[in-house]
Design a binder for this molecule. Structure first.
Ligand code: CA
Length: 503
């Protein structure tokens, strides 16, 4: 078992694999001058004041003071470098063709008539135009699940798409396109099998026509609470419509489909300094296998890509894709600047406790989940992909906001990497949890699906954990296995990204 991890020859720091005490000879002739907490960095060489601190072969920052060989390096000891320029980034210079061979090329999914990606679950999704209807809808959904759903065994669940948008918002503001597009596309999610059901209030700004189109605003699809005579009538209208939709959904059958019908989302949250060593590279390996087999994989989280954007640009297949990548980054730089912050607002106290000194270090770990495949398309938040392969979907890094954006893009499932631990989950698509270190798995044995901790200790390879994850993704997509979040019904609220004003 190894005691430290040094990632590239250029690195002048390494991270310890477990809490290590002052006085330990961590490398031959290198004695630690401080106690070093697990996943934190120590200096391999003396680093002068203003000297580069290098991990992943990139400059994480500059030393605020001289750092002696063997010293602990934490977030208070380095100055953030400028973020990489977005102008004229080289593209197409790192296009990998020899991706790892996937063991299977098909999965068992629900084909949809619209030709978009297949469903991984069979769910009645009940859309809402506005938050005002949530209380009534939740009561109705509880009744549906208790009394009606058991009659339709081929349907997995009934999910209310509750959100905080819809009214009290500047619906005509240019940036209102983000939340509107997100809700429009969630309504078309592949797991809902093309069955549309909307609960509206009647006086909201996000009208039914705006949400699902004029042609879908029919009594077969829409219930307007302000048109109902009292509470019982509301509940009866919702439960009756749900039963009609469940009857249709119950006819859906899984069939063997090529992996080109599968869309997988990747995100991370509660990351630590091992995330970029074990969990994210393993996810990247699984992603490469999926792409090799024809599937589509998307990764996201703008502030966690910004400092590694040039590495992503190198993998873009065309100038057009590279340009959209730069545009999305510029939009986000501006968005942050308007709020008088920059990408350094990203790391959380838990990230720092887990050894991540700043956003550069976090970003280098985060982009590892994208593997090495060529980037074939870049999406704005909540857009649907049009290509197959590795896609960058620009979304906020916030777990609660990235999730709904990826759902809107149509993911059949999400793979979620964590170092510190989070029980986050989505109701409309399964979420697989992958952790970066053994201690996390030991602590949350029954929450974490796959541990990449053995990669840190050197007991397993990235290829081994990546292949294990690939196989689990196929099993979950095919309905043969359920990740823990799905077994327990851990479903987070959908925070729809809304950069536009509230009125
Ligand atoms: Ca995240």
């Amino acid at each position: 078992m190894r005691n430290y991890v040094k990632l590239t020859d250029r690195d002048n720091v390494a991270v310890v694999t477990h809490d290590t005490t002052k006085g330990t000879e961590i490398m031959p002739g290198l004695v630690l001058l401080d106690d070093i907490p697990q996943a934190h960095k120590f200096a391999i060489q003396d680093i002068p004041k203003d000297g580069e601190i290098i991990r992943y072969g990139v400059v994480l920052g500059y030393a605020l003071n001289e750092i002696k060989r063997g010293s602990w390096i934490n977030e208070h000891m380095l100055r953030l470098p400028a973020s990489p320029s977005l102008d004229n980034m080289p593209f197409g210079v790192n296009i990998r063709k020899d991706l790892p061979e996937a063991p299977v090329k098909t999965f068992m999914g629900y084909k949809n008539p619209d030709g978009f990606y297949a469903g991984t679950r069979n769910i009645l999704g009940i859309q809402t135009t506005v938050q005002c209807v949530q209380g009534v809808l939740n009561v109705a959904v509880e009744k549906i699940k208790r009394e009606i759903l058991p009659k339709y065994p081929n349907v997995d669940d009934v999910v209310a798409i509750n959100h905080a948008y819809g009214c009290g918002v500047a619906i005509n503001a240019p940036d209102a396109k983000f939340p509107i597009r997100a809700l429009q596309n969630i309504a078309r999610h592949p797991n809902f099998g093309g069955q549309l059901m909307v609960v509206a209030l009647g006086c909201e700004k996000l009208t039914v026509e705006k949400l699902v189109g004029e042609e879908n605003n029919t009594p077969e699809n829409v219930i307007v609470l302000q048109d109902c005579k009292g509470f019982d009538a509301m509940i009866n209208a919702i439960t009756s419509m749900a039963e009609r939709k469940l009857k249709i959904l119950n006819e859906r059958k899984r069939e063997e489909l090529p992996l080109s019908d599968l869309l997988v989302g990747m995100q991370c949250g509660g990351s630590d300094a091992f995330s970029g060593v074990s969990a994210n590279p393993s996810a990247g390996y699984a992603a490469d296998m999926l792409v090799q087999a024809g599937a589509t994989v998307m990764f996201s989280e703008v502030t966690e890509v910004r400092d590694g954007v040039h590495f992503i640009a190198e993998r873009c297949v065309s100038a057009e894709v590279r340009d959209k990548l730069a545009d999305e980054m510029r939009w986000y730089d501006h968005y942050l600047a308007e709020g008088q912050v920059d990408r350094s607002a990203n790391p959380a106290p838990g990230n720092k406790k887990g050894g991540l000194s700043n956003i550069v270090e976090k970003a280098m770990g985060s982009i590892a989940k994208s593997g090495t495949s060529p980037i074939v398309e870049v999406l704005s938040p909540a857009e649907r992909p049009t290509k197959h392969g590795m896609i960058y979907a620009a979304t906020p890094a916030s777990d609660m906001v990235c999730g709904p954006c990826q759902l809107a893009s149509g993911i059949g499932l999400q793979v979620f990497m964590t170092g510190r631990g989070t029980p986050y989950g989505l109701a409309a698509a399964p979420v697989i949890k992958v952790c970066s270190r053994n201690e996390m798995k030991e602590q949350w044995q029954d929450v974490i699906d796959i541990s990449a901790g053995a990669v840190v200790t050197g007991e397993k390879t990235i290829q081994e954990v990546g292949t294990e994850l690939f196989n689990f993704i196929i099993d979950v997509a095919s309905g043969r296995k359920k990740p823990y979040t799905e077994q327990y019904g851990l479903h987070n609220f959908l925070c729809i990204f809304n950069p536009a004003p509230i009125t």
